[in-house]
Design a protein around this ligand. Structure first.
Ligand SMILES: Cc1ncc(COP(=O)(O)O)c(C=O)c1O
Length: 405
């Protein structure tokens, strides 16, 4: 008998869908295309020589080298968790290492938290637009998405309040240099978000993936830092996700969750059941890299990405028609474009790749309600400033031609 695979696969797994945009964007990898599509760091900025020395140093040390190739505890290396706790403390979030779990990137943390806190039909509040990878992780649990609108200062509090009042008890939010818009919340809005969550006893899942990539102005305290827990390791409203993917290298696959202890304890059991622990050697290297290379490496990254952001915004200011608006991110990797209502960004992408040899990501996929047809995400992370300028000029020409049609 032939197996009916569609029936064998459980509904949770079937909820995952391949992205047609991903297929379309395969073409964007060709060298003649100037690509603003990728959401990845610039590989030229990976500290390759330092990694070579650190791997060499670690494996030349008989004891440490052998230990780094062995199994290790599911929570993550104590030394690495201590480094993270110390780093959080510098930004005003005092937490114990028992409040931290090392995960295989922040992406695994999203998946684990989805399995911990979501179930079919349970509501989760999402920013409109929001990180696509989070939606993919959450969709496996088939929750009900409650989208809330954003203004220049952050999420619209009346909408967050209404979502909680209607029964939602978890909100996934990215207050710093959000993927895909690059926008950040003001301090007042951060405080209002926390106050609203506390009013309803709701959980805030804070994604801090880009928080260290800040290019101007003062860094604002995270929601985790603002969530006063005193000395109680079991207390708190906020679960925060961190990662070394944007600051060291994504291939390390080192992320972490900072959360009240009852959450961490359960996640540790899930980690044990799922994949035991994150690669010991990669954790060792990440600890050595963070200790040795920060903060100087962070400055190098900020200078390089700031120059790219300036090239993109400068070119947009110079070339984009007046009816195109865009965000002015103070950090991160993305600029968010809003096109005239009559331009569908998916159709524009097809023309842009063929005609202008430029790629970007149409915005619709980032909305939990599939709105945003006339929006698009532009990454300035991987192209050189000259190519950024040339690509934006070519795309602006195309948009102007369409405007006149
Ligand atoms: C907002 C956000 N969160 C989480 C992740 C996942 O990062 P990683 O799993 O590499 O730590 C990404 C990756 O692009 C991201 O943009």
């Amino acid at each position: 008998m032939t197996i009916q695979w569609n029936e064998m696969i459980v509904p949770d797994a079937r909820a995952l869908r391949a992205s047609e945009i991903r297929d379309l964007l395969k073409v964007a990898e060709r060298p003649e295309i100037i690509s603003f599509a990728g959401g990845v760091p610039d590989p030229d900025l990976f500290p390759l020589a330092d990694f070579r020395d650190m791997f060499d140093g670690l494996t030349s040390d008989e004891t440490a080298g052998r230990r780094s190739l062995q199994y290790s505890i599911s929570e993550g290396l104590p030394g690495l968790r201590q480094w993270i706790a110390d780093d959080l403390a510098k930004s005003g979030a005092t937490r114990d290492i028992d409040n931290i779990l090392i995960t295989c990137g922040a992406q695994q943390a999203l998946d684990m938290i989805a399995r911990l806190l979501l179930e079919p039909g349970r509501e989760i509040v999402m920013e409109k637009p929001s990180y696509l990878g989070a939606m993919q992780a959450f969709s496996m649990r088939r929750p009900n998405y409650v989208g809330i609108n954003m203004d220049e200062d952050g999420p619209v509090i009346a909408e967050l309040d209404a979502a909680f009042a209607a029964g939602a008890r978890i909100a996934y939010l990215a207050p710093d240099f959000q993927n895909p818009t690059g926008r950040s919340y003001t301090l007042d809005r951060r405080m209002a978000v926390l106050e609203t969550a506390r009013k309803y006893g709701a959980v805030i899942l804070e994604d801090a993936a880009y928080c260290k990539l800040s290019y101007e102005g003062e860094s604002l305290p995270s929601l985790l830092a603002l969530d006063e827990v005193g000395s109680d390791p079991d207390a708190g409203t906020v679960i925060q996700l961190g990662t070394f993917s944007k600051t060291l290298a994504p291939a390390l696959r080192i992320g972490w969750v900072t959360a009240p202890r009852p959450v961490i304890r359960q996640l540790v059991l899930m980690k044990q059941a799922g994949d035991l622990h994150v690669s010991t050697i990669n954790q060792e290297i990440a600890l050595r890299a963070a200790t040795k290379l920060f903060p100087a490496h962070l400055e190098t990254l900020r200078d390089a990405y700031r120059a790219k952001r300036d090239a993109m915004l400068g070119a947009m200011d110079e070339f984009m028609p007046d009816d195109v608006s865009y965000s002015r991110p103070k950090g991160g990797m993305f600029v968010w474009l809003t096109l005239p209502e009559n331009i569908d960004s998916r159709a524009l992408l097809v023309e842009a790749m063929e005609d202008a040899k430029v790629a970007f990501v149409p915005g619709q996929a980032f909305f939990c309600d599939q709105s945003g047809q006339n929006t698009a995400r532009f990454s300035f992370a991987t192209e050189k400033p000259e190519r950024i300028r040339a690509g934006i000029e070519r795309l602006a020409d195309l948009i102007r031609r369409k405007d006149n049609q």
